[in-house]
Design a protein around this ligand. Structure first.
Ligand SMILES: [Zn+2]
Length: 267
């Protein structure tokens, strides 16, 4: 294990363009349950899960009705969005901070995450591509412009009877989080592909990367790209796509890698 940590630190320092892919595993260590495990968010809230499957269709069919229900504190979406509200209060852990540190050192160029919790940004990572959007913001479905909760005063729009909210471009605004059945926003797909093509090192942290289209990213890299996996268990990537697996918690392994990398960098 120590050898692998040293190897990863050396590989990172040598890399010209290193990126990280992250998934639920890095956030479960901050106390965010996964979705389908025994204590998973959907496992414990089957109704919210059912709702999660319906909301995109609802939004597409009638965005006004979607937003009215979405903002109704007793409406059928209230449980679903209160879960997201809880997730928004969670704090980053050592794994998130280590990735932010590696970016600051110039070793990592970006993080592409499947998580919607915003913890990488909270930890200080600057270049974060949120593959499935973020729960703390909104997005115009036409021009992909993102708006923060401060920029979009939903209560005011609701009181004025102007729902659904519209972007300057005329497009309807929805929650930025990508719902079931919703395509990944085109700008995110393009940016992620460019990062995957460009990188010569990919760190895969806390994800088995089996859900498409995210799962296609490790397969897009050039053949010489080093892929390092940090996961608690072997995954379908292990021994096939990744060059090596460092098995364990991202919150323990990533800080060790960052520390070693810093030593090597300082000489
Ligand atoms: Zn727009």
């Amino acid at each position: 294990m120590e050898d692998l940590i040293q190897r990863a630190a050396q590989d990172l320092i040598k890399a010209r363009y290193g990126i990280a892919l992250t998934g639920a595993g890095i956030s479960t260590e901050s106390g965010i349950p996964d979705f389908r495990g025994p204590d998973g968010i959907w496992t414990k809230n089957p109704e919210a899960e059912m709702k999660a499957y319906e909301v995109y269709e609802q939004f597409k069919t009638n965005p006004k009705a979607y937003w009215e229900e979405r903002l109704d504190p007793h409406g059928s979406m209230s449980r679903l969005f209160s879960i997201f509200g809880e997730i928004g209060k969670v704090q980053p852990n050592c794994g998130h901070y280590a990735l932010a540190e590696l970016e600051k050192m110039g070793v990592l160029k970006s993080v592409i995450t499947q998580n919607v919790d915003g913890l990488h940004q909270k930890a200080g990572s600057k270049k974060v591509i949120e593959y499935h959007g973020g729960i703390d913001k909104f997005r115009c479905i036409e021009c992909n412009r993102r708006l923060s909760t401060e920029e979009l005063n939903l209560e005011k729009i609701k009181i004025e009877g102007k729902l659904p909210p519209y972007c300057q471009c005329g497009g309807v605004i929805k929650d930025d989080g990508v719902f079931f059945g919703e395509p990944i926003p085109s700008d995110v797909v393009e940016k992620s592909q460019r990062e995957a093509w460009k990188c010569d090192l990919m760190l895969i942290c806390g994800t088995s990367a089996v859900v498409y289209p995210f799962a296609s990213l490790p397969q897009m890299v050039s053949p010489s790209t080093i892929i390092i996996e940090i996961n608690s268990e072997p995954t379908p990537l292990t021994g096939r796509i990744s060059d090596y697996l460092i098995q364990g918690k991202t919150g323990e392994i990533l800080p060790k890698i960052a520390e070693r990398a810093e030593k090597i960098q300082k000489g």
